[in-house]
Design a protein around this ligand. Structure first.
Ligand code: IMP
Length: 422
């Protein structure tokens, strides 16, 4: 961690890698924690001192007094959900308004964006993306179409702008014959959310971040989702609509590429995916169920079952390449404690063709595995790498060799304390 740099913490699989926990552990080392992409489709679970919080739009540095937290310009924000999330933290005694700034350039998710999300999904039939239903895609579409509403719009003639965009959405919904919806109550809460949100510092946060960097402070960019859900580099079209990779840090915060320092790539000792789309390592048998049960792999936002499988070296290598990952962080290693053998996907195969490079279209590829012995030891009480059983140390060495990056942090349980640095 160098002074005056932005370090990035990025999910490098399909999200849900446990970024919230790590960023919370990292926060004491940084002056600013910023979210640069995504919105309430994320659910970052943080557990400490027996309390559990799920953060959706708010950066995970919020629990530390004296840190500046920023919701950056690359994010999309739903005022009603933001209000609910923020009030829960305020009720728990955290003073948010002094430590959370929101970019005036971030885009607003309207209630009708969420209806559009449902309408577009319904229209897709069996090719549904399986979105979180939070209006993410339609909001980023409006941003790209240059008709979206930004946080800064709240400050002037807001109602007029809101009604104009809402009318536009209603027209699209009517054209799609998707008319069975009622947003009356939701809209009321949403407007309340707008009033609540305006009490926060709404700022040109790119200046604040660059000023902090110029003063030699360091910034942690907290990713959301993961590389495989990136609009450019993910398994398109089964992706989210934002730039979840390192490039997204620059555009989503307004910082230059040469201000980026360390790039931490976070993954689990196995793989998961929520929603539809190709997932070559998916296990449909009891091993997959066992991983889901032990790892509590149910979506933090939607409660859906996460699809589970072994670690995917093809995907990880691709993610390391497009993000420029400098260090790896392996989460939830303890979930594999009871397995006799562990597998790792080292290639994909389709129609007699074998590849170790992420294909353009991951549909229909089968995973090719290598098998390793399991450690069959409880890792959860371990506090230092010297306590690791040999088979677990071998798994770490195997992954480091295959991925050509050091695994500098290993997590062995949900608590802050169960995070081991190597
Ligand atoms: P959207 O972001 O709601 O549009 O959903 C697009 C795809 O990304 C769906 O497959 C979602 O399940 C997935 N997705 C979105 N956010 C997350 C997340 O935070 N973790 C895991 N999957 C996510």
């Amino acid at each position: 961690m160098a002074k005056g740099k932005v370090d990035a913490l990025l999910g490098i699989v399909f999200g849900d890698e446990g970024k919230g926990k790590v960023v919370d552990v990292f926060t004491p080392r940084y002056d600013v924690v910023a979210r640069f992409a995504g919105g309430p489709n994320a659910g970052h679970t943080i557990i400490f001192e027996g309390k559990k919080f799920v953060l959706r739009s708010i950066p995970s540095g919020i629990f530390d007094e004296g840190k500046l937290n920023i919701i950056g310009n690359g994010c999309v924000i739903a005022p009603d959900l933001f209000m609910a999330e923020a009030k829960e933290l305020e009720d728990a005694g955290y003073d948010l308004k002094s430590r959370l700034h929101i970019s005036r350039r971030a885009h607003l998710i309207l209630p009708t964006h969420r209806v559009l999300d449902r309408a577009y999904e319904a229209a897709k039939g069996k090719n549904k993306v399986g979105t979180t239903g939070k209006g993410i895609g339609p909001t980023y579409s409006d941003k790209a179409s240059r008709i979206g509403l930004r946080v800064g719009d709240i400050e002037e003639n807001f109602l007029q702008k809101y009604q104009a965009l809402k009318a536009r959405h209603e027209q699209i919904l009517s054209d799609l014959h998707f008319t069975d919806y009622d947003i009356t109550e939701e809209e009321e809460k949403w407007m309340e959310g707008i009033r609540y949100m305006s009490q926060f510092p709404l700022r040109d946060t790119e200046f604040e971040i660059n000023q902090a960097l110029a003063e030699g402070k360091n910034v942690l960019a907290e990713g959301a989702q993961g590389t495989m859900l990136d609009i450019d580099h993910g398994t398109y079209p089964f992706v989210s609509s934002s730039s979840t990779c390192t490039g997204g840090v620059c555009t989503g915060l307004g910082v230059a590429p040469n201000s980026i320092g360390e790039i931490f790539g976070i993954f689990k000792a196995y793989s998961t995916r929520v929603g539809s789309g190709p997932f070559p390592v998916e296990l449909f048998d009891e091993t997959g169920e066992k991983i889901r049960d032990i790892g509590h792999e149910y979506g933090a936002v939607t409660g859906r079952n996460r699809r589970c499988g072994w670690v995917d070296i093809v995907g990880l290598k691709y993610a390391i390449m497009v993000n420029g990952v400098t260090q790896l962080i392996m989460m939830k290693s303890d979930v594999l404690d009871t397995f006799e053998t562990i597998k790792a996907c080292v290639a994909y195969e389709k129609d007699g063709v074998r590849t170790t490079e992420m294909p353009y279209d991951t549909e229909g590829w089968q995973a090719v595995y290598e098998e390793l012995p399991g450690w069959q030891t409880d890792l959860t009480q371990m506090t230092s790498p010297d306590q690791f059983p040999k088979a677990f140390q071998d798994y770490i060495d195997y992954l480091e060799k295959a991925l050509e990056r050091p695994i500098t942090i290993v997590s062995v349980g949900p608590d802050r304390a169960q995070t081991i640095e190597r």
